[in-house]
Write a protein that binds this ligand. Structure first.
Ligand SMILES: Cc1cc2nc3c(=O)[nH]c(=O)nc-3n(C[C@H](O)[C@H](O)[C@H](O)COP(=O)(O)OP(=O)(O)OC[C@H]3O[C@@H](n4cnc5c(N)ncnc54)[C@H](O)[C@@H]3O)c2cc1C
Length: 498
């Protein structure tokens, strides 16, 4: 459609973030043109693919890095509340898509699964106990259970308790309302939803290679058909760079000032995957441990039941490995090409400031399958080498940038929205809890960049996300109503508060 009011939005990439943004835009501005380009031949093949991430619906139920001990000894659960609310927002949007038949069969992309935290050693046990009391007191988490009793743990995590005895100092906490999410399937469903929109054109095997900002404010986006090599130029009012690991090089090509003092460092995830059906059948939870001191959140070890293609599997990891590619299907020149005269001091400062992290990364690179198995045995002492295979998962490009608060070369964790001053270029950089909070990220994109449409769009967004504009942290009644409804729509378990 081409009217004065209608705009053209070029979306780059068909991962979970772009397809979430596209699905939202399709509903709030059905007359706008969406042109989505994906360099690979299908959606959801890079980090969003079910085999390339851990599929944890991050709701801060078991991830210990979202709750920290404060200097006064108390446990700060503010970050956990924020992450939980963001996941509730994601579930509302997915419920909406299911209810209005934009996507079907929620069981294919989300499954209920207990989320458990497991620790060993006196200090960690004390931390988990204090965290339990802090969380239990807050209605969002009041279904949490805690135990130091090995017999109880045998019921929760029988596989892991084999080889432990009652003199071991251990503790676990559990929330049954956790989930396993197949982000690859969700992405494919949302991509199909966008393809069916009369004003959308989704093209696979099409790689965005360059941009030109015109005097009238529009962007010429150069797109190469990867099979024929033909290059076409698309005119856009807005460009949304949801290219995962490919976002930093694309942002640099726009030449906008916001692309200057930042760079990226690629980290590849690896998991051990269990091949023994008997072992897989004996574990039914996502069990998160405590991350090694001074290491990033992606290093938190976890033993995870997964549901992929209707089958149950078991993963342990992630382990990090380092290589120069920014995308799994990228080029060995990615990292080198991203180093520019304007970001070299940012990258070097980061290297100097983060020596423990660099040491940790090198230790990880040198870790053999045997090293990974030894790590697994701290969770599951009787793990046998022959039952596990090491495989390579997705990439995360760790964003390094200069910030007024942290100075040069700060390593940024979490997903970040970067935009040009005129809001015509919007890029998503960063990583975990990325996929789980993709809906909040898409909302942030709308709020930050399309403020002139606020009054028109807010009622439409409220239809998709009923809690929009209200706080699920402060309004407990609303939180419970929303949770109950999304659990019904997505066929998840809902437990009334005790
Ligand atoms: C090991 C690991 C474990 C993880 N575990 C979890 C987890 O348990 N829970 C969770 O919520 N998150 C997890 N994450 C994070 C999550 O996977 C990512 O945040 C999310 O998938 C990112 O989605 P995306 O759409 O930004 O990127 P992607 O899925 O990578 O999609 C980007 C797309 O852009 C395309 N593209 C790139 N460049 C171009 C170009 N120039 N032109 C056209 N197309 C282009 C790519 O081919 C790709 O399809 C994990 C990540 C890793 C690596």
């Amino acid at each position: 459609m081409n009217t004065k009011e209608s705009k053209t939005v070029v979306i780059i990439g068909a991962g979970v973030l772009s397809t979430t943004f596209g699905s939202m835009l399709k509903e709030i501005e059905p007359n706008w043109n969406i042109k989505l380009y994906e360099r690979l031949d299908r959606p959801g093949i890079e980090s969003s693919n079910e085999r390339h991430n851990a599929g944890t619906g991050h709701a801060a139920l078991c991830e210990l890095n979202y709750t920290v001990r404060k200097p006064d000894g108390s446990i700060d659960i503010e970050k956990a509340k924020e992450i939980n609310e963001q996941f509730e927002i994601s579930k509302q949007f997915w419920s909406h898509l299911v209810k209005n038949k934009s996507i079907s069969n929620p069981k294919e992309f989300i499954q209920p699964l207990p989320h458990i935290s497991f620790v060993r050693g006196k200090n960690n046990v004390q931390f988990l106990k204090d965290r339990y009391y802090a969380m239990k007191d807050f209605p969002m988490f009041d279904n949490i259970e805690y135990t130091e009793d090995i017999e109880e743990m045998r019921k929760w995590i029988p596989l892991m308790m084999k080889g432990h005895n009652s003199s071991d100092i251990m503790a676990a906490s559990k929330i049954n309302e956790g989930t396993d999410v197949n982000f690859g399937e969700l992405t494919r469903k949302m991509a199909k939803n966008i393809e069916q929109h009369p004003n959308a054109n989704v093209q696979y095997n099409h790689e965005v290679i360059d941009f030109n900002h015109r005097k009238d404010g529009k962007w010429e986006v150069k797109v190469r058909q990867r099979n024929s090599g033909d290059v076409q130029t698309e005119l856009a009012d807005y460009v949304f760079i949801g290219a995962g690991g490919g976002a930093i090089p694309l942002l640099q090509k726009t030449g906008i000032p916001e692309s200057k003092n930042l760079g990226g460092f690629p980290i590849t995830g690896q998991f051990l995957i269990c091949t023994n059906p008997d072992t897989i059948a004996k574990h039914d939870a996502k069990v998160y441990g405590k991350e090694p001191k001074g290491t990033p959140p992606m290093t938190v070890p976890h033993l995870d039941t997964r549901y992929i293609d209707g089958e149950r599997t078991l993963l342990f990891g992630p382990f990090a490995s380092v290589g120069p590619k920014f995308l799994k299907n990228g080029s060995n020149l990615d990292l080198f090409k991203s180093i520019k005269p304007y970001n070299i001091t940012t990258l070097l400062s980061s290297a100097v400031k983060n020596l423990p992290l660099i040491k940790y990364s090198f230790d990880q690179i040198l870790m053999t399958k045997e090293g990974c198995m030894n790590h697994l045995r701290t969770f599951y002492p009787e793990a046998r080498d022959e039952d596990w295979q090491l495989y390579t998962a997705g990439k995360r490009v760790q964003v390094i940038k200069d910030t007024p608060e942290h100075g040069k070369g700060y390593i940024q964790f979490g997903t970040e929205v970067v935009n040009s001053k005129d809001h015509s270029i919007i890029a998503l950089l960063g990583e975990s809890p990325g996929a789980s909070t993709s809906v909040s990220v898409a909302l942030e994109v709308l709020e930050k960049n399309f403020s002139e449409y606020e009054s028109k769009w807010t009622p439409k967004i409220k239809k998709m996300i009923p809690s929009y504009g209200q706080s699920l942290v402060n309004d407990i009644g609303l939180m419970r109503t929303i949770r109950k409804q999304t659990s019904k729509d997505l066929e998840l378990n809902y437990y009334e508060n005790k």
